[in-house]
Design a protein around this ligand. Structure first.
Ligand code: HEC
Length: 134
């Protein structure tokens, strides 16, 4: 009788400790599962990071919701959507400004840094800016 009781307790301890081990394993790697973004969402995330980085410094003149030195990101995105504008071409200095041409000379100072960016980076900036009105 004592033997049965003892082995019962022993297996309960073994069972629960194994269960805990499983939980711990899962808790160690939750990011890997949660942060698998679709290629499209990944591009938006990369663009946001670049837009807000010190390298590009876009955020210093463009806030998402309100005009500061430059138009808000949402206003720019709305106008590009309405007019079917080509933002990548603008950022590559291959298309004229359509949002606020009277202030173009202020935006123009950024072409030096934009020139150093890869096509993928330019595309990510567009993807991020357009995502703010989705
Ligand atoms: C020094 C301030 C300043 C910085 C920094 C800046 N911008 Fe601008 N941006 C402006 C101003 C002012 C305008 C409005 C003039 C215009 O429409 O071209 C503008 C306009 C724009 C437009 C709309 C262009 C159009 O068709 O009229 C886009 C797109 C844009 N900026 C993207 C960016 C990105 C991306 C960055 C970061 C690489 C950036 N800006 C950094 C000031 C800035």
């Amino acid at each position: 009788m004592k033997k049965i009781l003892f082995s019962g307790i022993l297996s309960t301890i073994l069972f629960t400790s194994c269960g805990k081990k499983e939980e711990k394993k899962e808790a160690l790697y939750p990011e890997n599962v949660a942060e698998k973004l679709s290629p499209e969402d990944q591009l938006v995330a990369d663009g946001k990071e670049l837009f807000e980085s010190n390298k590009a410094a876009c955020f210093s003149c463009h806030k998402v919701d309100k005009k500061v030195i430059g138009p808000s990101v949402k206003d720019i995105a709305k106008i590009y959507k309405e007019q079917n504008g080509d933002m990548v071409a603008f950022l590559r200095k291959k298309a004229d400004p359509i949002v606020d041409p009277s202030q173009y000379n202020v935006m123009e100072t950024n072409f030096a840094i934009l020139k150093t960016m890869s096509d993928e980076e330019i595309k990510s900036l567009e993807a991020y800016m357009m995502s703010t009105i989705k």
